[in-house]
Write a protein that binds this ligand. Structure first.
Ligand code: 5GP
Length: 285
């Protein structure tokens, strides 16, 4: 638009009209952007989306320092956090609600815990909200975190809350206690996994599968972080079985298989071994 406005050689009168049009167009463009930001209504509930590394890491084709699947013996073997998502009851969600760009310095005190419990399981640089690319954390904050207002008001509290909810509702432990342990040979009844979570947290989770393996498990919460059902409706298990990213009635929970060096096509950087202490008391909801 700038080029078109400046390069035309026309009469002064026409130039003036053109300039006016340019101003009106750019003002209304920013007005539309603002309206879009402002019209995202407040969300209804939170979903804590967890991912299962044993399934996700099977897709790793090359390694990089940001991909926790590449940590071999230090790779995660429990559910890790994908994101804390503000959602609407109708199945949609708000996204990119403010212009608050991710700033890693703001979460430096949480860094080690995030590396361990909220790592990226991919080497890609996801898009951020305003035309850029960033880390997995930048993506999660800008796309989802900025929409969690007024319950969560800033980046630090977004990640702190995610970790706190994760530690309070330990899905991996609940499944292990119920006998659902990582295995590359066993298949487990989907209904059994759902029941184990329901018995522990009194709310129904949502499961997402990939080729018959559990890839994600979502726990849902009211805005005061009391557990609630993720799927609203009568046939919850049927919904999970019939939807597109659906799970079969028997699912696997694959064990993490260390990536052999023969599969590594890019320069390989080891991540430092992160030692975490005293987490139990650090995150209290
Ligand atoms: P979301 O599902 O949160 O809207 O988008 C996730 C984005 O982050 C995708 O662009 C995906 O490629 C990227 N990404 C980076 N690391 C991970 C990861 O560990 N898990 C998932 N699900 N996405 C990741």
């Amino acid at each position: 638009m700038k080029m078109a406005c400046s390069s035309l050689s026309v009469s002064v009168q026409f130039k003036t009209i053109l300039l006016l049009v340019c101003v009106v167009v750019s003002v209304s463009a920013s007005a539309i952007e603002q309206t879009q930001t402002q019209t995202q209504r407040e969300f209804d509930y939170f979903a804590l989306a967890l991912q299962w590394p044993g399934t996700f890491c099977q897709r790793t084709r090359y390694c990089c320092s940001s991909n926790a699947c590449c940590r071999r013996s230090n790779a995660p073997t429990e559910f890790t956090i994908h994101g804390l998502w503000p959602d609407y009851n109708d199945g949609s969600w708000p996204a990119c609600c403010t212009r608050s760009n991710f700033d890693e310095k703001l979460i430096s005190t949480l860094h080690d815990d995030l590396e361990k419990y909220w790592p990226s399981l991919s080497c890609g640089s996801p898009s951020t909200c305003h035309g850029g690319k960033g880390s997995f954390w930048a993506h999660e904050w800008e796309k989802h975190g900025t929409c969690s207002f007024p319950v969560i008001r800033d980046e630090y509290n977004y990640f702190l809350t995610g970790l706190s909810v994760y530690f309070k509702y330990n899905v991996t432990q609940v499944l292990e206690d119920a006998g659902y342990i990582p295995s590359n040979t066993e298949k487990y009844p989907l209904g059994g996994i759902v029941s184990a979570i329901e018995n522990a947290f009194h709310a129904t989770p949502k499961l997402v599968c990939s080729k018959g393996s559990v890839e994600e498990l979502h726990l849902c919460f009211y805005k005061d972080f009391k557990p609630r059902d993720c799927v609203v409706g009568s046939s919850r298990l049927n919904d999970m079985v019939s939807s597109k990213s659906s799970c079969p009635r028997y699912v696997s929970l694959p064990a993490y298989v260390s990536l052999g060096l023969d599969r590594v096509k890019a320069p390989f950087h080891w991540m430092p071994d992160i030692v975490l202490k005293g987490l139990g008391s650090k995150y209290v909801l």
